[in-house]
Write a new protein. Sequence first.
Length: 134
Amino acid sequence: EKRWSSYNLTNYAVEQQWIEEAGLGIISTFIVGGKISNVDFGSIEETSSGEKYLQNYGKKRYEEAKNKVITIHEAFQLIEEYQEKSGYRVEAEYHPRFGYPTLIEIAPIQDESGPIIADSDIKIIMNNVMQIDY
């Protein structure tokens, strides 16, 4: 986190994929002043408007995708939150130069209390961070 913080980027774009049973595809997230300002669907270079995504996938999935995205700072918080909880396995990979998480995998550790619900796994891929002028 120190390496990422040293760049002091508050205005940037990042591609995110939340891997789950019904994956949401690539979500390009635009962060301005450290907060999410806009979300497009597809890679940063080839984004689709939210309206097109809405037509293709429906309102429920559009809202789910829009509400799921996080900033890189929030990704570090998510990793830390689950590392501090008992009963979860947390694995993260980081960009070798910029230090932001490129892969986050969080899964409950199975114990004698019963089966694990598959939906409780979290897997996020983050890449193609670009500084944006705003």
